[in-house]
Design a protein around this ligand. Structure first.
Ligand SMILES: [Zn+2]
Ligand SMILES: [Zn+2]
Ligand SMILES: [Zn+2]
Length: 583
């Protein structure tokens, strides 16, 4: 018997098992065991039919083999029929094979079906049925020597009692095992699927919850923002209301401001005008000069002796008489004790007056209008001048000036001129004034002998000296910031050699100069002068207001006794000591 040719090794898949002999590829071709597939004569026709019907795949393989003819042992390569013819012949062969050779008792398939569908209620019944089945099966012609392995064979054919069917295939347990493994895998997979589904469900639930939560949050936020917007709208509406109210207020306020501004502007204009009026050089003449003071550029007005003006000048002349004891300006060799004013002439010089007013104003402005607050002004409040203060804004005083009669014309018409002043004066080249009429009197010479003055020397022997008339000038003088010269130094105030002084000294800041100098008298701490004198260095700073014509008299004079002189000395000493004490 030949080996099984059912499977061509080239198309036999690995681990594939022959459906007939249940052998693997290796076992199959080499074992030499005859395979029933090709032992047609020995096989029952029913078996053949079932085998072919159950394995259409095998038929295809056979068909392919026959078609290619590569390993076909039954057909010659030369006489290969058409595929259609081959198939037809195969079908015909199968049809002939379907005709059973044995006498069929019953349809075995039907019997099997009956056997499966029938449900025996007891074991005895089952045994009975089994015996009946065995009785119905076709007896296997191999008997005890049956080697068939196909289970279908044992369903169709009966075997003698005691026949044992040996399961030769070792693949079954393996397959069973594989099946178990597969079942386990399937179970695992099913479990995994279940787990996965559960997980998915959980996740879905979570997602839905999360979604709901977020929806809630969004809704909340939306609500909040709506509320906020509503609040804001309300707030802005209120603000708008406020702004409207403010606008109204502002409009009212603006109107008020405009009114106030107009008033302020008017007020300012008024003030400016006033200021201009104030700043304008005050050229007003003293009221006692009367109207039309300057109908002519120069006038000499004789003051009636009965007028208060005359009396004031006369009183001024006589209230400042001091002892000099130096034989100048004497009457019969004695210091006059009285000046008998015979005439007072007011000089109304337009040009000089305006020059004076201009100078006065410039000094006020130069001192920022603060002359009243200056140290010199305070000093002069404490130690006043003998003559009255006419204007505290400029430190304007009435002061006396005595000189030669021929000079008077020049002084009254052209004004004094420091440029031609003698540089030999104690305070250099300036215009000298005195608070004491008696001091100025010493500079006026005798009209007869031209003596009896500081400039011309002493010793007048003229007769009728009580009838001699002298002329003195009463000046209005602006002292401004006056330098009080207590400690006299010739080098400082007069100058030395070619460098003679022609101006007031510098102030402490070494930039500005004083407006005037006051030589302090000994009784007030001076170290040189017995009586005060004032020096001006610039023209126009004094105006010759009155020409005073007077006679000297010593009738009221008396020679001081020694006791009087001692008392006077004591008085000076005490005054000086007291004044120096705070230092
Ligand atoms: Zn085989
Ligand atoms: Zn058998
Ligand atoms: Zn004389």
């Amino acid at each position: 018997m030949a080996a099984c040719n059912n499977f061509v090794p080239s198309v036999w898949k690995k681990d594939q098992i022959c459906c007939d002999c249940f052998k693997t590829k290796e076992e199959h071709s080499t074992s030499g065991i005859k395979c029933s597939t090709h032992a047609e004569s020995q096989l029952p026709p029913a078996y053949e039919q079932s085998t072919i019907q159950a394995s259409p795949q095998l038929m295809n393989i056979v068909d392919t083999q026959e078609h290619t003819g590569a390993n076909d042992r039954g057909q010659s390569a030369n006489s290969t029929p058409s595929p259609f013819a081959r198939k037809t012949s195969l079908l015909q062969r199968n049809r002939t094979l379907l005709v059973p050779t044995d006498t069929p008792v019953a349809n075995p398939r039907q019997t099997l079906t009956d056997q499966v569908t029938s449900s025996p209620s007891t074991v005895s019944e089952k045994e009975t049925q089994s015996k009946t089945d065995v009785a119905q099966l076709i007896p296997c012609r191999y008997g005890m020597a049956c080697y068939r392995q196909n289970p279908l064979h044992f369903e169709k054919y009966s075997h003698p009692p005691g026949f044992t069917h040996h399961q030769k295939s070792s693949q079954v347990p393996q397959l069973q095992q594989q099946l178990d493994v597969n079942a386990t895998i399937i179970a695992d997979l099913q479990q995994q699927l279940k787990d996965h589904k559960e997980k998915q469900n959980q996740e879905n639930t979570q997602l839905q919850q999360e979604l709901k939560r977020r929806e809630k949050i969004i809704e909340q936020r939306f609500q909040e923002s709506i509320t906020n917007l509503q609040n804001k709208t309300e707030y802005y509406e209120k603000e708008i209301e406020k702004l409207r109210a403010d606008k109204l207020k502002m409009a009212i306020h603006t109107q008020g401001l405009e009114k106030a501004l107009t008033l302020e502007l008017e007020e300012r204009e008024k003030r400016e005008l006033e200021k201009k009026r104030i700043l304008a050089i005050r050229r007003d003449t003293p009221s006692y000069w009367g109207p039309n003071a300057f109908v002519t550029p120069y006038r000499e007005v004789k003051i009636p002796s009965s007028s208060p003006e005359f009396n004031i000048v006369s009183h001024l002349m006589n209230s400042n008489i001091e002892r000099h004891d130096n034989n100048f300006g004497t009457i019969y060799g004695k210091d006059p004790t009285e000046f008998i004013v015979t005439r007072v002439i007011r000089i109304q010089n337009d040009k000089l007056w305006h020059e004076y007013c201009f100078k006065k104003e410039s000094i006020i402005q130069k001192n920022d209008g603060k002359i009243r607050d200056l140290a010199c002004s305070k000093y002069l409040q404490t130690y006043p001048m003998a003559t009255p203060l006419l204007d505290s804004l400029s430190n304007e005083y009435w002061l006396f000036h005595g000189c030669a009669e021929k000079t008077l014309y020049d002084l009254s018409h052209n004004g004094y001129d420091p440029r031609v002043s003698s540089l030999d004066g104690m305070f250099g080249g300036g215009f000298y004034l005195a608070e004491n009429s008696s001091k100025s009197n010493q500079y006026i010479m005798c009209p007869g002998c031209k003596k009896n003055s500081i400039f011309t020397g002493s010793g007048c022997l003229c007769k009728n000296q009580e009838n001699l008339e002298f002329m003195m000038v009463l000046y209005r003088a602006v002292l401004g910031d006056v330098h009080i010269a207590a400690k006299y130094q010739a080098s400082t105030y007069r100058g030395e050699g070619a460098r003679k002084v022609r101006r007031a000294p510098l102030k402490d800041n070494n930039i500005d100069i004083y407006d005037s100098v006051l030589g302090e008298k000994q009784t007030l701490g001076g170290n040189k002068l017995r009586y005060r004198e004032v020096i001006l260095y610039e023209p126009g700073q004094a105006y010759p207001e009155y020409l005073i014509v007077y006679k000297r008299s010593a009738n009221r004079a008396h020679a001081p006794t020694d006791a009087e002189r001692a008392l006077q000395k004591c008085y000076y000493f005490l005054k000086n000591t007291f004044r120096k004490m705070p230092d």
